[in-house]
Ligand binder design. Structure first.
Ligand SMILES: *[C@@H]1O[C@H](CO)[C@@H](O)[C@H](O)[C@H]1NC(C)=O
Ligand SMILES: *[C@@H]1O[C@H](CO)[C@@H](O)[C@H](O)[C@H]1NC(C)=O
Ligand SMILES: *[C@@H]1O[C@H](CO)[C@@H](O)[C@H](O)[C@H]1NC(C)=O
Ligand SMILES: *[C@@H]1O[C@H](CO)[C@@H](O)[C@H](O)[C@H]1NC(C)=O
Ligand SMILES: *[C@@H]1O[C@H](CO)[C@@H](O)[C@H](O)[C@H]1NC(C)=O
Ligand SMILES: *[C@@H]1O[C@H](CO)[C@@H](O)[C@H](O)[C@H]1NC(C)=O
Length: 413
């Protein structure tokens, strides 16, 4: 990123190079490697990281490169860097990926989108160690709550850890809105609870929720919340369902006669307030950890990034170079920040919007199972109409969300 490179050049300027050399430096190819130079110099500067006490001294920690210094590092601010050692697992190695996200199995022809890692501006991410993650989850329940994007992150996390478990020591089961992956020997559970608005809604059925007229209930989240109470680690999200608009009702018995229109922003604020209320009533910050996963970028109109007026993520194979592009509804980010900021029990934001915004190349697009059946060749040729520019292929972008979750959970709480 430009910012990081120029900051680094300034450091080089002050500490190493004379002005003349600096000019030579700028006009040399070294410019392109300045970020890597910073990478290496920081590597030698870093103080050793301290692992979270929860995990204990006995588990030494493997880092991507050297040891990270996470103090004051905003891991969500950074850039994508080429990495041909990726992906972290193969699609065929993970039996838990649903038909909606298996892009290679649905004929995606190019794989460029898989070879990127996330490089925070000011530190390195620890490399994901599945055994260490399971150790951290020993005897615990980690639960994702929210919409299908959170289900994607759940699936990614299961894929990341399941590799180190023998067949007999892992299982997955669904009970209504709740899906539970169990790592038997660790007595650990990774779970997902379908609740696209967090508030009660007419879209709460885990299977039948293809509803255009979406109605939320102006009330607490307690009805769903009873299923979350016992989770040690909770990761909430709720975004995409709001964008197309909602209506609101005070009580389901009044549904027919008393539905009111409400702006997405006003509805979303109610959901955030009710979530914070529930968190403060039900979460003990000494024993539990609570995250909120921010808005996942969508790429449904290429006009927004200077593309053709009718296009979307279909046939996009390169990410955007402008890494400051923001592909989500800013007003909702403000509401998330404001309302979660008021919570007495701390809620950590997984601030994934910036890092997903350039990734128009990584959506499932037409390479997924369609409800209506497989696309014909003609339909594929006109894929813009059918492309899913919301969800992400697995393996892919969402594995990085879990690397960030892992980093936050184990290394710099
Ligand atoms: C992963 O963590 C486990 C448990 O702490 C440790 O034994 C192992 O050496 C680690 N693996 C790597 C590659 O760092
Ligand atoms: C939601 O309910 C609260 C409390 O009952 C009420 O004050 C508020 O006006 C309601 N909001 C909407 C949009 O109906
Ligand atoms: C509510 O919104 C719908 C659809 O946007 C519109 O047709 C209807 O007139 C609105 N109702 C009120 C009371 O504003
Ligand atoms: C999240 O990231 C956005 C842009 O990437 C930034 O504007 C915002 O301040 C961040 N929010 C928090 C709470 O860090
Ligand atoms: C996809 O993009 C490539 C290169 O931009 C272009 O040549 C091709 O015609 C596009 N295909 C479709 C089906 O739009
Ligand atoms: C593709 O879909 C658009 C929008 O529905 C339609 O206007 C166009 O004729 C279709 N093109 C082809 C080649 O089928």
């Amino acid at each position: 990123m430009k910012g990081a490179s120029s900051q680094c050049l300034a450091v080089i300027f002050q500490t190493i190079l004379s002005p003349i050399l600096l000019i030579a430096f700028i006009f040399s190819a070294a410019l392109f490697y300045s970020a890597d130079f910073c990478y290496i110099s920081r590597f030698y500067d870093n103080r050793p990281a301290t692992a979270d006490e929860k995990i204990g001294e006995k588990h030494k920690v493997g880092f991507a490169m050297g040891e990270g210094n996470y103090k004051d590092c905003d891991v969500f601010s950074g850039r994508w860097v080429r990495d041909y050692s990726r992906p972290l697992y193969e699609e065929w190695q993970c039996p838990y990926i649903g038909d909606q996200l298996t892009c290679l199995n649905h004929g995606r022809p190019e794989m460029d989108y898989r070879y990127w890692r996330w490089q925070p501006r000011a530190c390195y991410l620890p490399s994901f160690n599945a055994t260490l993650m399971l150790e951290a989850l020993r005897g615990k329940r980690l639960m994702f709550v929210g919409d299908s994007l959170n289900r994607g992150q759940f699936t990614s996390l299961v894929c990341l850890v399941q590799r180190v478990l023998p067949q007999h020591a892992k299982s997955i089961q669904t009970f209504g809105s709740l899906t539970v992956f169990t790592a038997k020997d660790y007595n650990a559970r990774i779970e997902y609870y379908w609740s696209p608005f967090l508030l009660e809604s007419n879209s709460d059925d885990p299977n039948k929720h293809r509803i255009k007229d979406r109605i939320i209930r102006n009330g607490t989240v307690d009805k769903h919340g009873q299923h979350w109470k016992k989770a040690d680690i909770l990761i909430f999200n709720s975004y995409i369902w709001w964008v197309e608009g909602v209506r609101i009702v005070q009580d389901w018995s009044e549904e027919v006669k008393n539905i009111k229109n409400i702006s997405t922003e006003d509805g979303y604020r109610i959901a955030m307030k009710m979530l914070v209320k529930w968190i403060n009533k039900n979460r003990d910050p000494k024993k539990t950890t609570t995250f909120y996963s921010g808005m996942s970028a969508t790429h449904q109109a290429s006009e927004r990034w200077g593309g053709s007026p009718k296009g979307n993520c279909f046939n996009e194979t390169k990410m955007l170079e402008d890494q400051t592009f923001f592909a989500a509804r800013t007003s909702l980010l403000h509401i998330i920040n404001e309302e979660l900021g008021k919570s007495a029990v701390p809620v950590t934001l997984l601030n994934i919007t910036q890092l997903t915004s350039p990734r128009k190349d990584a959506h499932t697009s037409i390479y997924k199972k369609f409800f209506e059946g497989p696309l014909t060749q003609d339909q594929k040729a006109n894929g813009t109409r059918y492309a899913d520019c919301i969800h992400w292929c697995l393996p892919g972008v969402q594995d990085v969300w879990n690397e960030l979750l892992y980093a936050k959970l184990l290394f710099f709480p």
